[in-house]
Write a protein that binds this ligand. Structure first.
Ligand SMILES: Cc1cc2nc3c(=O)[nH]c(=O)nc-3n(C[C@H](O)[C@H](O)[C@H](O)COP(=O)(O)OP(=O)(O)OC[C@H]3O[C@@H](n4cnc5c(N)ncnc54)[C@H](O)[C@@H]3O)c2cc1C
Length: 283
């Protein structure tokens, strides 16, 4: 059992929790994730480790409430316990001195991008961050990203914060003018696809962090299969980061829709149930 020691609402439907996980906190590296079950009969869901605190022996998770399990998780409060958490899973990001790097983050992906950029900054890279969301409320982790960036650009779809438009608008302008050594893109699959299509034209190596449907996290179930450069890869053990120029994004986007009906049904039944109606969040 893992205790929640801090909880914050970051944006509509986006929550941060800090969970006491001594062993995972000790080992976690940028780019890695955990798989958790809210209760012992719950489904396993993967979530990225957004930060860790060695003194508090904790990890930070930022999640968007999209379906049954993430909504259930969002109802837990400080002092509540999560049944099990496995990790750290996945390969850590390649954190080296590249020179000038750009981090592109969208929505809840901004939190997942944070530990990677923090690691890159500590290695002496010049870090440019471009973060975006639907509107001002959805651009999370602004202070954290600002603190570890040499330059930060913010875009919103409605212009309520930073520049009106998409993260790729700013990215294109920078790529036109400057030499960039490496790019990381973390966010909605469609955003990572558009970023990768763009940077291919400029020949800048681009790493994406994929989030396919994933079940066991050990390479056995095959649920998180993706095609990368005509090879079959499992995101849980070969990723979650891959060369964005080689990922078959159209296949990934199609696979993400596989269980849409079942997910909608699970959510409806959950919301109609007593737990769904009442909840027990202390926050
Ligand atoms: C390596 C990895 C890291 C991730 N990190 C984060 C994170 O830091 N924050 C965050 O908000 N989300 C993250 N996700 C996505 C998160 O796992 C899903 O949003 C969650 O599983 C949805 O569960 P649900 O029951 O609430 O919703 P569901 O109703 O089951 O699904 C809602 C949507 O989530 C997707 N999804 C469903 N099940 C899974 C699954 N097991 N794995 C991946 N996607 C799924 C589906 O495509 C669907 O569109 C990550 C996914 C992966 C693979």
């Amino acid at each position: 059992m893992f205790e929640i020691i801090l909880k914050k609402q970051l944006a509509p439907n986006v929550k941060l929790i800090e969970v006491k996980t001594p062993l995972i906190a000790k080992k976690a590296l940028p780019g890695q994730f955990v798989i958790l079950r809210v209760h012992e009969k719950g489904e396993r869901i993967p979530l990225t480790i957004a930060d860790k605190n060695l003194e508090k022996e904790s990890i930070t998770i930022v999640f968007q409430e999209v379906g049954k399990t993430t909504k259930l998780l969002g109802r837990l409060g400080v002092g509540d316990k999560i049944s099990d958490i496995v990790g750290p899973l996945g390969n850590p990001s390649e954190i080296e001195k590249f020179g000038v790097v750009i981090g592109v983050g969208g929505g809840v992906g901004i939190a997942a991008l944070y530990p990677i950029l923090k690691g890159l900054k500590e290695k002496g890279n010049y870090v440019i961050s471009i973060i975006g969301g639907r509107s001002s409320d959805y651009v999370i982790f602004r202070e954290e990203i600002k603190n570890i960036s040499d330059e930060i650009y913010i875009t919103t779809d409605d212009g309520s914060l930073g520049r009106k438009g998409l993260v790729t608008d700013v990215l294109k302008e920078i790529l036109e003018e400057r030499k960039i050594d490496r790019i990381w893109a973390v966010g909605p699959t469609i955003m990572m696809k558009v970023v990768s299509d763009l940077t291919k034209n400029y020949g800048v190596p681009t790493i994406v962090s994929l989030n396919p449907i994933m079940v066991d996290g050990t390479g056995m179930c095959g649920g998180c299969r993706v095609t990368v450069g005509d090879k079959i890869k499992f995101t849980c053990i070969d990723g979650p980061e891959f060369d964005g120029h080689l990922v078959d994004f159209d296949e990934l986007l199609a696979r993400l829709k596989t269980y849409k009906e079942e997910e909608a049904l699970a959510l409806r039944l959950f919301e109609e149930s007593e737990v769904g109606k009442v909840g027990h969040s202390k926050n």
